[in-house]
Design a protein around this ligand. Sequence first.
Ligand code: ASP
Ligand code: MG
Length: 406
Amino acid sequence: MNKIVVQKYGGTSIGDVEKLKSIAKKVSDKKEAGFFPIVVVSAMGKSTDELVRMSEEVTFNKKSPDLREKDTLLSTGELVSSTLLAISIKSLDKKVISLSGSQAGITTDDIHGSARISDINTSRILQEIKEDKIIIIAGFQGVNIDGDITTLGRGGSDTTAVALAAALNADVCEIYTDVEGIYTTDPRIVSNAKKLDKINYEDMLEMAVLGAKMHPRSIELASIYDVPVYVAGTFSKETGTLITKGVNMEKTKTVTGIAIDKNVSKITIKKIKNLPGTAASILKPLSDNSISIDVIVQNTPSDGFIDFSFSLSQEDLEKAYEILNNNNTLDFEEVVKGEDFAKVSLVGTGMQNAPGYATEMFNALGEKNISIDMITTSEIRITCLINQNDLDIAVNSLHETFELDK
Ligand code: ASP
Ligand code: MG
């Protein structure tokens, strides 16, 4: 049996000295029990936010911070937590070593701020395991071929952990966090949201992209390399949720959960000429500026003109609005922006062969007098854009309609 266990502890789990010391004990106990813990840590508490804030404060003329420097800066958050954890474990008279992403052999491409892992050279890690050491690895970072530090994007330590589990062929990747697992929906909104024992990668990916907290790329990776991921509460005795492959796992229910995204805005371009390539010329300058857009609605042309709407995240709204307004090649009447929307999505691989879910969803929303602004569907998801104010009622009503508490 492979005794390597990859564990990841999130920022809140090591948010202060006392918590960090209790993780040190937990990890030592795991070693004592005969395992080889490879521990990935996030930065302590909200320290990454703090570093981001400082990087923005030191620039002149509101310029964005230089991305290379910012990556090196942000990587220090995880260096603090990984070294402190190693120091703590060492004082328990255990063999331990902390490694930065680069020392751990993690190479990435050179997209600063959202780098992707290209390779993990495990030789150093395997050497340290041979020397019987507990290994603490700074999450969220790697190094590009020029030797510069890169980061994987906010929340990226999950991805570090899963990538290491895949590279080391670990039986499971354990993610410890401040929630006790993956729920049918946000328990802060629906009081009887249920913790799932298991969820498959496809459903989890939708839940992760649309709300449930985990770095989506970590789920993608886990599914490609078939790494089971166990998500549980750091300081909880409750069992967590296993994210793994398999379609209908012990379930007769076909809706797995309701994903939520509160942070949504919308742009409508009024009366633009409908020519071949119109949609592309609207969207290209946005994607060139790394603005991703989501639900798109284009109405049928009347007199050769269309209205073209799409949703996007709240953070990107102003920038997108500006880009569109300054684009002289587009001929339109006006650009209208809308704020305070939310997305609510029914998610479930089981829905794909069973019709009627969409109707049932629209009905449930209609009965609560909630109007739907945009709709989009995939085989395993139905998404409605609604007013943010309607979100709580919508989610509660859908949770009940699809009996997710049962
Ligand atoms: N510390 C980084 C962040 O706050 C990475 C992580 O937490 O996974 O985004
Ligand atoms: Mg996280």
